[in-house]
Ligand binder design. Structure first.
Ligand SMILES: [Zn+2]
Ligand SMILES: [Zn+2]
Ligand SMILES: [Zn+2]
Length: 153
């Protein structure tokens, strides 16, 4: 975790920003909750536990800055709430998401898997791909199991 904070600090420095204590508290919350897809309010409530003096506006600005610097990606799963998601280190493109339409759980696929598709798009549409968002909507394995169990009863 400290190494990652160091690398994020360098990323900020190279864009002439400082990792202020407020920004660091925000980054720590994102790292500690990496598996979750937190909204700005979620992040704010967690940062407040570490830095009670921090305001929602500061957290918002920090999240926007981190988005601009590509430390995090902003994503919306169709509920109208923007969520902030740490970009996987070394990943050129954003990871994919599996959203369960039954329980709302969100899982991630880190492998890009889209090399063939990207090649076709770049060739047939003369389009240079920089990034993408891919969300699969479906039923997670746990809900599939629950469904089977209910059918058996
Ligand atoms: Zn994610
Ligand atoms: Zn890709
Ligand atoms: Zn589910």
């Amino acid at each position: 975790m400290e190494n990652r904070i160091d690398r994020i600090k360098k990323q900020l420095h190279s864009a002439s920003y400082k990792l202020t204590p407020q920004r660091e508290a925000t980054v720590r919350v994102l790292l500690e909750n990496e598996a979750d897809h937190l909204s700005a309010e979620d992040v704010y409530l967690l940062v407040k536990e570490k830095a009670p003096e921090i305001g929602l506006a500061t957290v918002y600005r920090t999240l926007e800055l981190l988005t601009e610097l590509k430390v995090v990606d902003k994503i919306n799963f169709g509920d109208g709430v923007s969520r902030y998601d740490l970009r996987k280190e070394g990943a050129a493109h954003f990871h994919h998401h599996l959203v369960c339409i039954e329980c709302g759980s969100v899982a991630e696929i880190e492998d890009d898997l889209l090399e063939d598709v990207e090649e076709i798009v770049e060739r047939d549409f003369t389009f240079k791909i920089k990034d993408h968002r891919l969300t699969f909507h479906g039923i997670c394995s746990k809900c599939q199991e629950d469904e089977e169990n209910t059918n058996e009863e």
